[in-house]
Design a protein. Structure first.
Length: 138
């Protein structure tokens, strides 16, 4: 029987879940209150883990850098708590990285929406398209 996921993928999913719980319940620093773990990449030897995070409450570069640094400073504490919940011979060394894919996705959605709306307006048939879309949703 062929394994669907490699060990590194399974470990990264477990680490993602546990770090999200740790950040929610154990980290008391108010600067990292609205943090989401969007992904984890683990090295093949499971010694290093890159933790991708997003912050939901603001978008300024300075605040993001500060909060990533706060997480990086707490990486040892998070790693120790992670070692208590996940049974691994070596708990990976954690590196926190800001993941801007959520913001990029929202930016791309806005751009596409603007282009579609502009195209509808230029065609002069926006009301016809709206009626067709409304009929298809029923």
């Amino acid at each position: 029987m062929v394994k669907e996921y490699s060990r590194a993928q399974r470990v990264s999913q477990a680490i993602k879940k546990e770090i999200a719980i740790i950040l929610q319940r154990e980290i008391k620093d108010p600067r990292v209150s609205m943090v989401t773990v969007s992904g984890v990449e683990v090295s093949r030897d499971l010694v290093y883990a890159k933790v991708f995070v997003t912050f939901l409450n603001y978008n300024t570069t300075k605040q993001v850098k500060t909060d990533v640094q706060v997480l990086q400073d707490a990486a040892g504490f998070i790693r120790r708590l992670l070692g208590k919940t996940i049974r691994l011979r070596v708990v990976p060394k954690l590196t926190f990285v800001y993941d801007n894919s959520l913001l990029e996705g929202m930016r791309m959605f806005t751009l596409v929406s603007q282009v579609v709306q502009k195209d509808r307006f230029q065609c002069g048939a926006s009301h016809i398209f709206d009626k067709v879309i409304d009929n298809n949703e029923d």
